[in-house]
Design a protein around this ligand. Structure first.
Ligand code: C2E
Ligand code: CA
Ligand code: CA
Length: 841
């Protein structure tokens, strides 16, 4: 079995070198053979006749070959070696070598093989023949011999083996270089079939020799034998190649099933190169003109235009055509040398092209579908008029942003509301209104950062999601810059319309997500509107909307556990002298995210939660500790603590209070418990008992918000208190309402007759202070003197004092001479002057 190479156009220098080497060796063999023959003188007629027969045999053997195409290189497996091995066993070796060369040359010339390949084929087969001859010589079995066939089997087998091995050694590198396929895969390709055919060829050689020895006439059966063997072999080879090709085709068309057009085209290039052993593949699309090119491993160009395929070599072009006959592009295969496709290959190509056409159409349809879907998504997430994002999109983007755990910086939302937009709409008409909105949208978009998202929430409301702020404090600055672009009036048909806008800015909260952030910005925006400001920041304490949620679930218990409930103190002042005579403890919730929360916003929830005792204890503790500290600093002030009515239903409450007083070593008289009048509670026996115990222990009691309850007097008759606190609504109204003054006056009178301390709440101005004083009210608290403050600040304020008088928070109303002391049994420092002339009626 020898291989012949055809159509190899490989110009690799290594290839030429290898071929050259083989040719030189064959040349040497030829020269030696001719030399050997010429020593025997001129050849006889019989010798020439044998040579002719031998040459003929080689021509036939070399012609009957099976073709295998590897890329653009075709390789044939022929019967040449059967011819020259038979010859070597029957004729002198030099003759056989020369006849082999001549026969192969004739066979190759007939099929018009390229000169280089022809030379290599001739030289290689001459070398193989020489090698086989040498091996036979070693066994003394070369040339005509009468030795029985049995003795020839071993030498022949050895010679045949040498031929096969040398053949592989010479051909594989050459084919590998020419076709750029690895030697390894060439060697393993069809190895089983090659082995089988090798054995068959060898058996044929033995059969021919046997026939020659037994009866030369039987030689007639050799051609049919060879032919049937050859047909069997080539059909096996073909069916196997076909099966392989189908599998490859199935795989290749399968791989085209992709929704990504780019991927389809790339896969098409790679698998076509693989499937058709093409060196380059190009897919050209008629629409859009996209051309993609590459080989089985790489894409060399992808886009419009590109270099045309080389003019040399072979280009096979197939239209990409669907079953409907519409051509959408071309598939081009390029081979460096001349290539003729077999029927099967042509069919495979048509099938592949059709599959590719379908795949391209599917992927294009999918892309179109995706585009339409995207368009829909855009419409669903954008405002039609301005093209800005809508509320939904803002919520989605904002949520994404807030969920980015490692996002750079802080996110904030600026909510913008145009102030007089309705007037624009009403006076100039909706088209003008629309143009104003579009202009506002454009200005905001231009002013927003690349990371920001500008949205229209509806009507004249806009929002900007500001991302990546280095610090929360920067939010205001950014918001101001954004709002500033709306300053400049908008030109509309020659008119200049000024759009004023209010903005609210909020920084992303720790909890609640995007909807909470938007809500906060909304709260801030209304704050700005109400106060006539251009921009307002979200302030938790002004936000009353989230009360319910705040007091839900674990928030309160955490607040107790984490000591988030603190106490501030508001001084109670002698209205005449300005000296501080007591302090009221007011609870505060230091919420980790909402900041300081006022008691009216959480008290209800605390009372309902079952956490009231813990809360009350915390307030009591802090109040008592504060009072003790002031005392230690030289300020002997009682502390007033507000008590929830529900605490009075708790029989253990007095015990708790007294235990705390004891624990902190504060005399009971230094504690005032402020009670809100509550008829229902006051009628309960248990409340009487609780209050009785406390009072008996020396704790002072005050009736808070006096005058607001509808039966204050009846409560007072049941609950023996020491103090009355005039509700601040009366104080606030006393300058305008005679009724309020009447209530205050009767309260003061009541206090005097029952010997109770009367304290006015909510004193905010000097006239109020003076009027209260004139009515006989001696003590008061309110912003005029001090707002509630932490215990330590209170102490500092006491030390500093007013006018350099420690313990005073306001200058005295009158010179000390005008002051007369009343009821010496009352609380220290409380004084009252004569009534002053300008009392309200
Ligand atoms: P209250 O006992 O009538 O407390 C006086 C309230 O008036 C305080 O509000 C105080 O900050 C406010 N205030 C003081 N001076 C002025 C002023 O000049 N003008 C105006 N407009 N307001 C002034 P705050 O701290 O919000 O307390 C509200 C209520 O919450 C208290 O009313 C009290 O009933 C209750 N509370 C406060 N702390 C506690 C507590 O520890 N336990 C219980 N059970 N209730 C408490
Ligand atoms: Ca109070
Ligand atoms: Ca009050």
């Amino acid at each position: 079995m020898t291989r012949t190479d055809q159509d190899d156009t490989g110009t690799d220098r290594r290839l030429v070198l290898l071929v050259g080497l083989v040719v030189v060796c064959a040349g040497i063999a030829a020269v030696i053979s001719i030399g050997d023959i010429s020593t025997h003188g001129l050849p006889s007629f019989a010798e020439l006749s044998t040579a002719a027969k031998l040459t003929f045999l080689v021509v036939v053997g070399a012609t009957v070959s099976v073709q295998i195409r590897i890329r653009s290189t075709a390789h044939g497996i022929s019967w040449t070696e059967v011819a020259f091995l038979t010859g070597l066993a029957t004729a002198p070796t030099p003759w056989v070598i020369l006849c082999t060369g001549l026969g192969v040359a004739i066979a190759r010339v007939i099929v018009r093989l390229a000169p280089l390949k022809l030379t290599f084929g001739v030289a290689k087969d001459m070398l193989l023949a020489s090698a086989a001859g040498l091996v036979l010589m070693q066994f003394g079995a070369s040339g005509p011999t009468d030795r029985p066939l049995t003795e020839l089997i071993l030498p022949l087998a050895a010679a045949y083996l040498a031929v096969v091995v040398l053949d592989e050694l010479l051909v594989l590198p050459v084919v590998a270089l020419a076709s750029r396929v690895s030697v390894r895969s060439l060697f393993s390709g069809h190895l089983d079939l090659r082995l089988a055919s090798g054995i068959a060829h060898f058996l044929v050689i033995l059969a021919i020799l046997l026939i020659l020895q037994v009866d030369i006439n039987l030689l007639l059966i050799v051609p049919p034998l060879v032919l049937s063997l050859h047909l069997a072999y080539s059909s096996r080879l073909r069916s196997r190649a076909e099966r392989h090709a189908w599998q490859q085709l199935a795989r290749a068309t399968d791989a085209l099933n992709d929704v990504d057009l780019g991927q389809v085209l790339r896969t098409a290039v790679h698998s076509a190169a693989e499937l058709f052993a093409a060196d380059e593949v190009e897919v050209v699309r008629h629409d859009g003109g996209r051309t993609i090119r590459g080989d089985s491993a790489t894409i060399t160009s992808d886009g419009t235009g590109g270099e045309p395929l080389p003019g040399s070599g072979t280009t096979i072009t197939t239209p990409l055509q669907g079953h409907d006959g519409i051509e959408i592009g071309l598939l081009r295969l390029w081979f460096p040398g001349p290539v003729q496709f077999s029927e099967r290959e042509r069919y495979t190509l048509r099938t592949f092209a059709s599959a590719l056409c379908t795949a391209i159409r599917n992927a294009s349809a999918y892309a179109e579908l995706t585009r339409v879907a995207d368009e829909h998504a855009h419409a669903a997430s954008h405002d039609v008029l301005t093209g800005l994002a809508n509320r939904r999109h803002l919520l989605e983007r904002g949520t994404e942003q807030l969920n980015l755990r490692h996002a750079d910086g802080v996110a904030a939302v600026l909510l913008i509301d145009l102030n007089h937009f309705k007037e624009v709409n009403d006076t100039l008409g909706h088209p003008s209104g629309d143009r104003v909105l579009i202009e506002v949208a454009e200005r905001l978009s231009a002013a927003a950062g690349p990371e920001d998202l500008v949205a229209r929430l509806g009507g004249d409301e806009f929002a900007v999601l500001i991302a990546g702020l280095p610090a929360p404090a920067v939010a205001t600055h950014r918001a101001e810059k954004l709002l500033a672009v709306l300053h400049e009036p908008i030109e509309l048909d020659g008119m200049r319309i000024s759009v004023e806008a209010s903005g609210g800015i909020a920084v992303a909260p720790n909890t609640g997500g995007m909807s909470e952030l938007l809500r906060r910005a909304d709260v801030a925006m209304y704050q700005a509107k109400r106060s006539g400001q251009r921009l307002a920041n979200y302030v938790p304490s002004r936000d009353t909307a989230d009360l319910g949620r705040l007091t839900l679930s674990g928030e309160l218990s955490r607040a107790v556990a984490e000591r988030e409930f603190t106490v501030e103190f508001q001084p109670i002042v002698d209205l005449g002298t300005g000296v501080v005579v007591a302090a009221e403890a007011l609870a505060r919730w230091q919420h980790p995210t909402h900041g300081t929360i006022d008691p009216l916003r959480f008290l209800d929830a605390v009372e309902r939660s079952g956490l009231l005792p813990a809360f009350a204890a915390a307030v009591l503790d802090q109040s008592i500790v504060a009072a003790r500290d002031w005392h230690a600093a030289g300020f002997d002030l009682p502390v007033a603590v507000n008590v929830s009515p529900r605490s009075l239903l708790d029989a253990s409450f007095p015990e708790v209070v007294l235990a705390r007083l004891h624990a902190h070593d504060l005399p009971p008289e230094r504690l005032v418990l402020e009670l809100t009048e509550n008829l229902t509670l006051s009628q309960l026996e248990i409340v009487d008992r609780v209050l009785g115990q406390l009072r008996d222990a020396g704790v002072r009691l005050a009736l808070d918000d006096f005058g607001t309850g509808y039966s204050s007097l009846s409560v007072l008759s049941r609950i023996p208190v020491h103090e009355l606190k005039i509700d601040r609504t009366f104080v606030m109204a006393m300058e305008t309402s005679a009724e309020a003054v009447a209530v205050i006056r009767s309260t003061v009178d009541l206090g005097r007759s029952l010997d109770l301390q009367v304290i006015a709440e909510g004193v905010e101005s000097e006239p109020q202070r003076l009027a209260l004083w004139e009515l006989g009210c001696t003590a008061g608290q309110g912003h005029l003197f001090a707002r509630p403050m932490p215990a330590t600040r209170m102490l500092a304020a006491l030390r500093r004092g007013a006018d350099g008088r420690p313990g005073a928070l306001a200058p005295p109303l009158h010179d000390e001479g005008a002051v007369i002391r009343l009821s010496p049994g009352r609380r220290t420092g409380i004084r009252q002057t004569d009534r002053l002339p300008h009392l309200p009626a």
